[in-house]
Design a protein around this ligand. Sequence first.
Ligand code: DGJ
Length: 390
Amino acid sequence: MKKKPAVTSKKLYLSLSLLAIVALASCKFKEQEAKYNHSFKPGKIWVDTDSLHINAHGGGILYYDNTYYWFGEFKTAGPDGNSAQVGVSCYSSTDLYNWENEGIVLPVSNEAGSDIEKGSVIERPKVIYNEKTGKFVMWFHLELKGQGYGAARTALAVSDNAVGPYTFVKSLRPNAQQWPMDYSQELRTKAYDPELKWWTPSWYKAIDQGMFLQRDFEGGQMSRDMQLFVDDDGKAYHIHSSEDNLTLHISELTDDFQGFTGRYTRIFPAGHNEAPALFKKDDIYYLMASGCTGWEPNEARMFEARSIWGPWDSLGNPCVGEDAHLTFHSQSTYILPVQGKEDAFIYMGDRWTPENPIDGRYIWLPIQFDESGKPVVNWYDEWNLSIFDN
Ligand code: DGJ
C-alpha cells in the first residue's frame, strides 16, 4: 500500500494561503486602526493619515470648499525646534478627526538676509480666503533671524490655492504713523519719563495712556501672537499682541486682506494678553487669550463685545474644573466654528514642549455655553462632535 504523506502539497498550499490572508487582513486592520480617528483625544499623539503625529503648532483653520485646512508651525526636534527650520505646514480634513498632510506650503528661505530665512521665528500662521481677489492670504508672526523676539513683525504670504505654495510678500510692523481710532488728541503729545520703573502704578498708568504706542508710532506697532478674523460683512481683522505684549490691538485689513487700513483699536492696555482667538456667536464677539508666561501655560481669559471695536468686557477664565487655572496645560491658538452645526465651536490650544518642540500636543475641546450664555471650556479625555447635538 502506498504510504499517505502527512500533509499533501495541496493541503500545505491551502494552509499557507489561509495564513497569508489572515496575516494580511490583520495588518490591514492594524493599519486602519492606526490611521482612522473617530474622536478627539486632547493631549494624546494625534496621527495624520500617514500615521504620523500632526505637525501644525500654533495653528489656525481655513474652511474652504467643504474642506478644513489646518495651517501651523512645523516644529522640529531638539533645542532649535521652535525656530523656523522648515516652514508652515498644512493638513486637510473633511471630518476634523482625520487629517491628510498637504506638505510645507510656505518653506523657509535658504537665502541669507531673507525675512523668512531658516532660523527666523515663524509663529501662529493663519489663512483667510479673499472672495474678491480669489487669493488665499496668510499672515503670521515673524521674528527676524538672530534678533530674538525683538523684531515683533507680522508677515504676509499669498497663494492661488489653499494648499499653496504661498509666496512670501512682505513683513512689517502695522499701523506706522497711525493713532488708534479712539485715542484722544490730548494723549498723543503727552510726555512720559522713559526711566519709569516697570510694573509700578505710574508705569501702568503710562502704558494705559499709550507710552509704548507713542514709542512705536513712527516705525509701526509691535505685532507678536496674532489671529485673523473675517466678519459676516466680509471685512477682515488682524488681532495681535502689541506694545511689548502688554496690549492687544485689533486692526482692520484692506479689502484684499493684504494690508492694514490704519483703523485700529487697543484692548485692555497693560492687560498682558497673548494668544488671541476671536469668534462670533449671535452677534457677540468673544475673544479668548492667555497671559504671558513664555511656553508655560497660564490662566486663560475671555472677553466679549457687541462691536469688534469695543467696548470689550472681561468674562474671566472660561475654563472650569481641574487644571482650569492652567488652561488644561495649554494656550489658545484658534477657535474653530464647526460647519453644519449650530453654536458649535472648538477651542484649539497648544500644549508646548519647548525641550522637544516637535512633540507638542493639541488640546481641542468643545466650547459650551452656560445658562447665562457665557462660553465655558470643560476637559474631556475623549469626545466627538455629537457633543454639540445635545
Ligand atoms: C508665547 C507665545 O504665545 C508663543 O506663540 C511663543 O511666542 C512663546 N511665547 C515664545 O516664548
